[in-house]
Design a protein around this ligand. Sequence first.
Ligand code: SAM
Length: 317
Amino acid sequence: MGKASKDKRDIYYRKAKEEGWRARSAFKLLQIDQEFNIFHGVKRVVDLCAAPGSWSQVLSRNLYVPAKQSPDCKEGDLPLIVAIDLQPMAPIEGVIQVQGDITNARTAEVVIRHFDGCKADLVVCDGAPDVTGLHDMDEFVQSQLILAALTIVTHVLKVGGKFVAKIFRGKDTSLLYCQLKLFFSQVTFAKPKSSRNSSIEAFAVCENYSPPEGFKEEDLYHLLEKVGTPSGADDLDCRSGWLEGPNKVYIPFLACGDLSGYDSDRSYPLPSTEGGSYRSLDPVQPPIAPPYKTALEMKKASSHGASADTVRPSADS
Ligand code: SAM
């Protein structure tokens, strides 16, 4: 599929390039903020699974750049944005990058060190494993990423802080909701307009971080294990009211973004067909070391007549 046809098929892909975002995902975070005002009063933020960096760009443009341009803002008062990913990403103004695996305790320690004893106001996580297409498997791996993100949250987020995480909707959605509800007084599952209806992704927007009384960070695993068993959830009485009634849990699910705005499942005509001349734009910032680089090199080499097994993988694969 050519660039122009993707421009036509996907309005948010096209708009992302026009507005200088590295990925169309930028609109998802912007639309979540429109609905939940998650950036309000935020000074310190962690962006987990950040590459290629469009969420970090949103954070930079909404928090760092305005503060830097304000005459009243002193150097030490500038917002702190720490971004982590397995992949390296091109620099973004005001964003500190950490390359690492969020499921690795050492990565969490590096992030915590950047905060130098202070706590974050907001943690966002758009992490996604390589999707296999097997929904149960994808949902399981995704839930492991959320668990890793939640572990980092319990170490860096201030009481009252917010956490936004990508989830895959599936049969365990209500279990995940219960787990998150242990730590946040308000949890909503949101589907931004820019997220395709055909995609099972949604976002957990968790507000007012308030870990259960007596909670120790190292207890996280035991607590989640307990909720993870069929009878375990009944044993927990951390928050009165939320596990009562025949349905146990009612999950608030909310669409966000301007509902009269662009629909990510529709095709829109290119501006050229409306009278102007349309030029398809290049990506704003292609990934600097994508995991599919070796595959592309092998494909290129084989289309030039070389046999695939004569191609050496690149040094960073
Ligand atoms: N929010 C990003 C943006 O707006 O540009 C897009 C994130 S992309 C959908 C998912 C990212 O999750 C990938 O860059 C991938 O490398 C990262 N990821 C997956 N598993 C990870 C892990 N265990 N640790 C760190 N990053 C991970």
